[in-house]
Design a protein around this ligand. Structure first.
Ligand code: PMP
Length: 423
C-alpha cells in the first residue's frame, strides 16, 4: 500500500551502522516508545535560539528578557497543544516520571489512589506512600471501566481520591478508554491523571475533551531531546502542596524571624514547583515539537501510522512462531507500539540479531511494566524475570519480550525491513 504521507524529518535518519554479515546499513530506529529521535525542525529551532539564551526570570538584560519570554511562551504553546482549561497550571518538569512524582507529592491528606497493575512503573510506583488500590488487568476496555467503577463505589466518598491511567500502553500500544474512565472517576468524586507519555506523540490529547484533571508527558518521546517533561492540569492541589523542590524561583518572599528561623512565602503559580534555574531550552524544544506535530496535522499522522501498524501486524501474523502481546485483542485502537515473543527464541538474542544482522534497533525486556508483561506472558508473578534477564529454558514460557515501536519520523523502509527480518 502506498504511504499516506512522508515521514517527518528526524535526526539520525542517515546514520549508518555496521552489520555482522559485512557492509553497513542505514540505522532503523524502531524504539520510539523509549525515546523518539528529535525532529530536525526542533533541532533547528533550538540551534537558532541557542546563541541568544540568557538567564531566565531574573535578569534585566535583553537576552534574559528574551529567554523569559520564550520560556513563558513555551508554556502557553504546550498548554494550547494539550487544550488545557484557562485556569490550569502547566509545570515544566524533567519527564513523565518526574511529573507523576510531583503530583504524588501534591496529593491532599488522606487521598486514595486507584491504579491498574498494567501501568508503566512511572505511573504505578509514585503513589506507594499514599493509600493505593491496585486494580487487576482488564481484558477489554469495558472491563477496565467496570473494574474502576466497582473500586470507586467501595471507597469513602468524602475523602479525596485520584485515578491514574495510561492513555496508550508502552507494551501493547493499546489505547485505553480514558474519557469513560474520567467520567467514572468524576461520578465518584475522584480526580484523574492521564499518563500521556505514549499517547501524546501519536494522537491529539485534549484535556477538556477527555475531561482529565491532569496530564503528564515527556519531551524525549515527543520528538524533542531529553530533559524536559510536562505536568498540566488543575491548579488547586498543586497550589496547596509544598513546593516539589525548595529553592529560588519557587519562593516569593523569604524573611528571617525574630527567633532566628526563616519564613517563606511560596509562589502559587507553576513556579512553585519549578525551583532552581529552569531548563529553558528543553521547554522551548518541547513547544517546538508540539507546534511541528500540530502543523503536520494529527489526522495525517494517525493515518500514516496506522499504515505502519498494519504493515507490522500483517507481517508478524505471517510468522507462526510469533505471538503478539495484547490485553484488548486485535480490534483495539492502538499506537505504533507492538510487543511479541518468538517461540524457540530468547527475546534478548532475537533483538540482538535484529541489530547485528539488519541494523534495526528494538527493545527487549519487561519494558518497566513488570506486572503487565508477566500477565501477558502468563508467567508466575513471582518469577525473577527482570529487564535484560536471561530467557526461559527451552520449552518454558518466555520471561521477557521484544518491542518494536515507531511514529511520525519512521520511513516505510524501516518497518518493511523489520517485517522481512522477522519473517
Ligand atoms: N509512562 C509511560 C506509559 C511510558 O512509556 C514511560 C517511558 N517508557 C514513562 C511513563 C516514563 O517516561 P520517562 O522515562 O520519560 O519519565
Amino acid at each position: 500500500a502506498p504511504s499516506v504521507c512522508a515521514p517527518l524529518s528526524v535526526l539520525g535518519r542517515d546514520v549508518t551502522v555496521p552489520l555482522v554479515t559485512g557492509g553497513e546499513v542505514t540505522y532503523a530506529a524502531l524504539d520510539y516508545a523509549a525515546s523518539a529521535p528529535a525532529l530536525q525542525r526542533v533541532w533547528d529551532d533550538v540551534a537558532a535560539y541557542a546563541p541568544y539564551y540568557g538567564s531566565v526570570h531574573r535578569g534585566a538584560g535583553y537576552l534574559s528578557q528574551l529567554s523569559t519570554d520564550l520560556f513563558e511562551n513555551a508554556r502557553r504553546t504546550v498548554a494550547a497543544f494539550l487544550d488545557c482549561r484557562e485556569d490550569d497550571q502547566l509545570v515544566f518538569t524533567r519527564s513523565t516520571t518526574d511529573s507523576l512524582n510531583l503530583l504524588a507529592a501534591a496529593l491532599p491528606a488522606g487521598c486514595q489512589v486507584f491504579v491498574f497493575e498494567t501501568e508503566h512503573h512511572a505511573s504505578l510506583l509514585p503513589w506507594r506512600e499514599a493509600h493505593v488500590t491496585y486494580l487487576d488487568a482488564p481484558r477489554t476496555p469495558a472491563e477496565a471501566v467496570a473494574t474502576l467503577e466497582r473500586a470507586l463505589a467501595d471507597r469513602d466518598p468524602h475523602g479525596p481520591a485520584l485515578v491514574c491511567v495510561t492513555g496508550a500502553s508502552n507494551v501493547t500500544g493499546e489505547i485505553w478508554p480514558v474519557r469513560e474512565l474520567a467520567a467514572s472517576a468524576h461520578a465518584h468524586g475522584a480526580r484523574i491523571v492521564l499518563d500521556a507519555a505514549q499517547l501524546a506523540p501519536h494522537h491529539p490529547v485534549s484535556v477538556q475533551d477527555l475531561d482529565v484533571d491532569w496530564v503528564a508527558f515527556s519531551g524525549h518521546k515527543l520528538y524533542a531531546p531529553f530533559g524536559s517533561g510536562v505536568l498540566a492540569g488543575r491548579a488547586d492541589w498543586l497550589r496547596q502542596a509544598d513546593p516539589y523542590l525548595a529553592g529560588g524561583g519557587a519562593s516569593r518572599k523569604v524573611t528571617r524571624r525574630t527567633d532566628g528561623g526563616v519564613d517563606v512565602e511560596w509562589h502559587e503559580t507553576a513556579a512553585r514547583h519549578e525551583a532552581g534555574s529552569p531548563n529553558v531550552i528543553g521547554a522551548y524544544a518541547v513547544a517546538s515539537a508540539c507546534k511541528a506535530l500540530t502543523e503536520a496535522g494529527f489526522d495525517t499522522l494517525v493515518a500514516r501510522e496506522q499504515h505502519l501498524i498494519d504493515t507490522v501486524r500483517a507481517g508478524l501474523a505471517e510468522v507462526p512462531e510469533v505471538r503478539v502481546l495484547s490485553l484488548f485483542g486485535d480490534d483495539a485502537p492502538r499506537v505504533g507500539v507492538i510487543s511479541f515473543v518468538v517461540e524457540g527464541w530468547n527475546s534478548s538474542h532475537f533483538a540482538a540479531a535484529l541489530s547485528a544482522e539488519y541494523g534495526i534497533g528494538v527493545r527487549d525486556g519487561l519494558f518497566c511494566a513488570h506486572p503487565l508483561v508477566r500477565t501477558l506472558l502468563g508467567s508466575d508473578p513471582q518469577t525473577q524475570g527482570e529487564c535484560g534477564a536471561p530467557e526461559a529454558a527451552p520449552g518454558e514460557k518466555s520471561l521477557n519480550a521484544i518491542r518494536v515501536s515507531f511514529g511520525a519520523g519512521t520511513p516505510d523502509e524501516h518497518v518493511e525491513r523489520f517485517v522481512r527480518a522477522v519473517g
